[in-house]
Design a protein. Structure first.
Length: 316
């Protein structure tokens, strides 16, 4: 007998801990949709690909394998998950993507040396020329009118966990049900940030997909050190006593939450993991609920930033 294949090992490991067992098919279908959305990306050739980035490769592949195993244990056909248009709607034909890719390739930048802001050309051009930056409170993004890539409750995350008390009661009073039905109860918790805060969101990756997701026609590619230094220094006078940070986001898988301590201002739900967000954020000296957006001018970014404009052949 040859060595065990990876997917066989993952399936075997899952059967020892069926963490998806307590959930209904609707919840599993939603998880399948989110896992698939994080799997898919657009290549530089504008083709739909799986796992363009090696980051988190195994995580999403393992998550998908565990879903398949749970579906199999329930004798459920996983192909029905994607009925009624449940596949992620990645905008492969977003106008001007090819020109944007060529402009970025000319910069010859290495991963980890830049951050990217996707948005409208008219706003990002002013950011490049003068350093005009619009900053929103975290609560702003919990607005259903925003598109699905942006709309999020930045101040709370729902997580699930199996109850040890219910597990113990089931084992004592029911015993092993032989895999028929769930033996576990699920507790839903809502983790909340201790305060509202200001945030400016960017990405650590140049991704053709993100233009369509954010309905953008431009992208500002920025040196993170220079940008953070400028914006932190400029806002210090406006936000007396506030603390300013730059940090990549930690994405929380609600099905695998183990009650670990989380810094909620640095966390988001796993459904947005493909965006690879990095954020500048400002924390008040004491908790606040109501904050209003504000604008700040940090000075021209031309020395350390480049504006990529979709469809602008003149710059290629």
């Amino acid at each position: 007998m040859g060595p065990m294949k990876r997917h066989e090992y993952w399936r075997q490991a899952y059967r020892k801990d069926r963490y998806l067992e307590p959930y209904g098919l609707a919840e599993l279908k939603r998880r399948a949709e989110i896992v698939t959305n994080n799997d898919l990306d657009l290549s530089d050739e504008l083709k739909l690909v799986i796992f363009k980035s090696c980051q988190k490769f195994d995580y999403w592949l393992i998550a998908w394998t565990h879903l398949l195993e749970e579906f199999q244990l329930r004798s459920f056909n996983p192909l029905t998950v994607f009925e009624s248009g449940m596949l992620p709607k990645i905008k492969m034909d977003w106008p001007g993507l090819a020109t944007g890719v060529r402009q970025f390739q000319r910069l010859n930048l290495k991963d980890g040396t830049f951050i990217a802001k996707y948005g409208k050309r008219r706003f990002l051009s002013r950011a490049l020329e003068r350093g005009d930056v619009h900053i929103n409170p975290a609560s702003f993004y919990n607005d259903p009118s925003l598109n699905s890539a942006i709309h999020d409750d930045e101040l709370s995350i729902k997580v699930f966990r199996r109850s040890p008390l219910l597990d113990a009661a089931a084992k004592e009073n029911v015993g092993d049900l032989g895999g028929v039905g769930s033996r576990f109860g699920v507790i839903t918790e809502t983790l909340r940030a201790p305060t509202n805060f200001y945030v400016y969101c960017m990405s650590v990756e140049f991704s053709p997909r993100l233009f369509g997701d954010f309905e953008s026609d431009a992208c500002l590619v920025v040196d993170p050190r220079e940008f953070f230094s400028r914006i932190a220094e400029t806002t210090a006078d406006l936000l007396k006593g506030w603390r300013c940070f730059l940090t990549p986001i930690t994405y929380v898988d609600p099905f695998l939450y183990q009650r670990e301590p989380l810094d909620m201002v640095r966390c988001k739900s796993y459904e947005f993991a493909y965006q690879k967000e990095i954020r500048t954020y400002w924390l008040p000296p004491e908790p606040k609920a109501d904050l209003t957006p504000f604008d700040v001018t940090i000075g021209s970014m031309k020395r350390y930033a480049t504006l990529i404009e979709l469809g602008n052949e003149a710059s290629i």
